[in-house]
Design a protein around this ligand. Structure first.
Ligand code: SAM
Length: 247
């Protein structure tokens, strides 16, 4: 990731980001097939990338979930955010890390990278670049991160790519570093939203059910070397899983 001489706030100029674009056919099949409407169509992107929309999708839990994730990191740290997130999540995280810290965001979709670049300009310091987190080469050669944050990415990825992403993210942490996953989880049987969410997943999120059944900590053999804690929220619909790589 290049430092950015031209823009003191956001690193990486528009021209650099454009040069960093992979060809359109480098987008993963699952993304183009399933999520063009949500992440690749620029008009829908502008409609969806608003906090009230994000909050409605998360049944009013956006603040709670974002705050819980952000609180796991400390000012001064260098943190990787796995993929762009709608709303102000990246700006919150970047502000938490402060002037002495650094947030680096990697997303496979150029349109998302440009959108975050615009959204954050003048508001906070962060770097954002195009990259496929399921590909080993994307993070290879990066100095190890103090922290990694993966907010609602895993349910949108088929199981094989999901395992590769988790493996690459765990491998990107320094000893003593921390990784935070926030995502969907199997709601409790008494949760009144369970049937509604099952319908949403069937209709819009075909890879989510396999995450509900999965143990994130076991998706990569590297997970065995971490110390994990986890909690679920909102009647089990959401999970926050935090791993520490022993120092
Ligand atoms: C973080 S997830 C969803 C977050 C949340 N649902 C929201 O409202 O923003 C969406 C992002 O993941 C990105 N993405 C999907 N697969 C990826 C991959 N293999 N590598 C990097 N980014 C990926 C998509 O391009 C999209 O911008």
């Amino acid at each position: 990731m290049k430092p950015v001489p031209e823009d003191p706030v956001l690193r990486g100029t528009a021209a650099e980001q454009t040069r960093a674009r992979p060809p359109a056919d480098a987008l993963p099949d699952y993304l183009a097939r399933t999520y063009t409407w949500a992440y690749l169509n620029p008009r829908n992107l502008r409609l969806l990338d608003r906090m009230p929309v994000v909050n409605a999708i998360l049944w009013g839990n956006a603040n709670r979930l974002m705050q819980a994730a952000v609180a796991e990191f400390e000012p001064g740290q260098r943190v990787l955010q796995a993929a762009c997130v709608y709303g102000d999540f990246s700006m919150r995280l970047a502000r938490r890390l402060g002037d002495g810290g650094r947030l680096e965001v990697v997303d496979v979709a150029p349109v998302q990278v440009e959108n975050l670049w615009r959204k954050a300009a003048g508001k906070c310091r962060l770097e954002v670049r195009v990259g496929d987190l399921a590909a080993e080469a994307t993070l290879a050669g990066e100095p190890p991160f103090d922290g990694v944050c993966c907010f609602f990415l895993l349910h949108e990825v088929p199981a094989p790519e999901r395992a590769r992403i988790v493996h690459n993210l765990l491998g990107a942490l320094r000893p003593g570093g921390r990784i935070v996953f926030v995502d969907y989880h199997q709601p409790a049987s008494w949760n009144p939203l369970r049937p509604a969410m099952a319908a949403v997943f069937r209709w819009l999120e075909p890879y989510a059910p396999s995450l509900l059944r999965a143990d994130i900590t076991a998706l990569s053999p590297l997970g065995a070397g971490f110390v994990w804690r986890r909690r679920s929220l909102f009647g089990g619909l959401y999970q926050i899983v935090v791993g520490e790589r022993p120092g």
